[in-house]
Design a binder for this molecule. Structure first.
Ligand SMILES: Nc1nc2c(c(=O)[nH]1)N[C@@H](CN(C=O)c1ccc(C(=O)N[C@@H](CCC(=O)O)C(=O)O)cc1)CN2
Length: 297
């Protein structure tokens, strides 16, 4: 029987609805409007679309949205000055610098200049350490979105075998920490993993975050497993145009898995929804208010 398709677009809409309702309460009861600043350097077309969508969705849930679009040639000094100003702006609760940054800039240095309490990407070294030690942190948006979908589908994840294929700082490593936090038995696999097919075949949950188009075929998937495909790869079509595919070979995997996220329309939309959730969380924490309901790890 073909797998259940986990509809990330619909799930993201339900997250945004929850965020919007809790923002309305914050405004009404406390006179507080969460504010998100997004910084984009250069004119990478995909990044421009993501940043535009972030601004639009931020406004749609009733938050204050600020966009800083800077030339690709912006110096590290000027970018750090802007981050410092945003760190000290009381109307801004969340700061995000769109990645990838131009090559002349040191991403680690830039990210670590953001106030950890406003680091809604969860990439600051303090947040990485807090997550790794099981403490309250800002959690990277894409892994948080994957966790929300998994919890919704499975209820408890306790005791399940999970394999995360990919060890990036942005997805693979934080995803593994979150799954561990929910008491999964976690394996992180990567390009040097021996006999990857049999490692994947042992998993009840497969997180594909390796960045290689359609690398994981259905033949590797344990029957009934849940497959979360984080990959967003653009490949050529026969007509000369392109199409988006994930890291999983969807057509074969859907026949074996119990549930699977499509690409597009799976994990991707959850990334921005969770950014809004994190901005709300940051605003609540900054003002000593309880954590938002159902929107944190
Ligand atoms: N500072 C950050 N930079 C980047 C992040 C991030 O989380 N923080 N993630 C990605 C890009 N990204 C958000 O920034 C993002 C990627 C994809 C989607 C999405 O909705 N994808 C759609 C397909 C979109 C398309 O047609 O191209 C989908 O999968 O359905 C949203 C956000 C790198 N940079």
């Amino acid at each position: 029987m073909a797998a259940e398709i986990i509809d990330g677009k619909a799930f993201a809409a339900s997250v945004r609805e929850k965020v919007g309702a809790q923002v309305a309460t914050l405004v009404q009861d406390h006179g507080l409007t969460p504010g998100l600043a997004v910084v984009l350097l250069g004119d990478d077309p995909a990044s421009q679309v993501y940043v535009r969508n972030k601004g639009k969705q931020t406004r749609e849930v009733g938050m204050h949205s600020v966009e800083h679009r800077l030339p690709e040639s912006t110096s590290e000094e000027d970018l750090l000055k802007l981050i410092d100003a945003l760190n000290n702006d009381p109307a801004i609760h969340g700061i995000l610098v769109q990645l990838p940054l131009p090559e002349h800039l040191n991403s680690d240095l830039v990210i670590n200049a953001i106030d950890p309490a406003k680091d809604v990407d969860g990439f600051h070294i303090s947040n990485v350490g807090l997550l790794g030690t099981g403490q309250k942190s800002m959690v990277p948006c894409t892994p948080l979105g994957c966790l929300m979908m998994l919890r919704d589908y499975h209820g408890s994840l306790s005791g399940l075998n999970a394999v995360v294929v990919g060890r990036s700082n942005i997805v693979g490593k934080p995803m593994a920490q979150l799954l561990l936090g929910d008491s999964c038995t976690v394996t992180i696999a990567h390009s040097r993993t021996k006999d990857l097919p049999s490692v994947v075949r042992g998993a009840d949950i497969v997180i594909a975050a390796v960045g290689r188009p359609q690398m994981i075929p259905g033949a590797w998937i344990k029957p009934g497993a849940t497959v979360i495909d984080v990959g967003i790869n653009r490949i050529p079509k026969e007509d000369g145009k392109t199409r988006l595919v994930g890291d999983v070979e969807f057509d074969s995997a859907v026949e074996v898995a119990g549930a699977i996220t499509p690409v597009p329309g799976g994990v991707g939309p959850m990334t921005i929804a969770c950014l809004l959730a994190n901005t709300l969380t940051a605003c609540c924490r900054a003002n000593g208010l309880p954590e938002p309901e159902g929107l944190t790890a």
